[in-house]
Design a protein around this ligand. Sequence first.
Ligand SMILES: [Mg+2]
Length: 251
Amino acid sequence: MIKAVIFDLDGTLFLGKTAIPGAAKKLEELRSKGIKMIFLTNAATRSRENLLEKILSMGLSAQKDEVYCSSYFLAKYISEFHKGKTVYIVGEQGINDELGEHGIRVVDEKADIVTVGLDRGFTYEKLANALKQLQNGAILLSSNKDTTYPTEHGVMPGAGSIVAAVEAASGKEAISLGKPNTYALEQIILDHGLEIDEVIMVGDRLDTDITFAKKCGIKSVLLLTGVSKKEDIKEIKPDYIFDSIAEFNLP
Ligand SMILES: [Mg+2]
């Protein structure tokens, strides 16, 4: 019996700054049936607090404890497994804010950890500094490895494209905390007192959302409003497919 639905955001509930038609109504309908909503994005450009504001601004209902982003998991993971370590950030405000909230010190030099997320101000200088820290022994973490993300203006380069540059320069492989890493699900079920078989994942990407569900051992739903199309479905198969959130129904 499904008690909670984990929704991806970009390409699933909204595109850029626009909610996908029917999204708000669907969330209300599910809530009225007593289903718990969880919002889980690989985006790291915002903190949980800031992401909540974005969700609310699009007329979708949410509370902070329902909202999860990879910037949060990055900070949570560092405070859990690398307590007291310093971090050099290639990324945007979301990672800064979450590291700050978790009391993690951010530095430009002598970093123990380099974290990489989507950085729309990415420069050769940042790449060179990340390389320097990594050559001096820093470990490499990333928020997510989505190579692209969908917007209302089409597909844009994602964090994964920047992570790839840092990996290529350094020869190190980043541990990524976003989907498909199962770390997110472990946190979510703990926070909300859920069992694994009570949760279903709804998303628009085979390589993150659907792969994440498979790795976690939960059922998955692919919506065709984002990155992955029907013809992309090969080895990674979702359990259910709907054209959009408006058509989605619980199995
Ligand atoms: Mg998505």
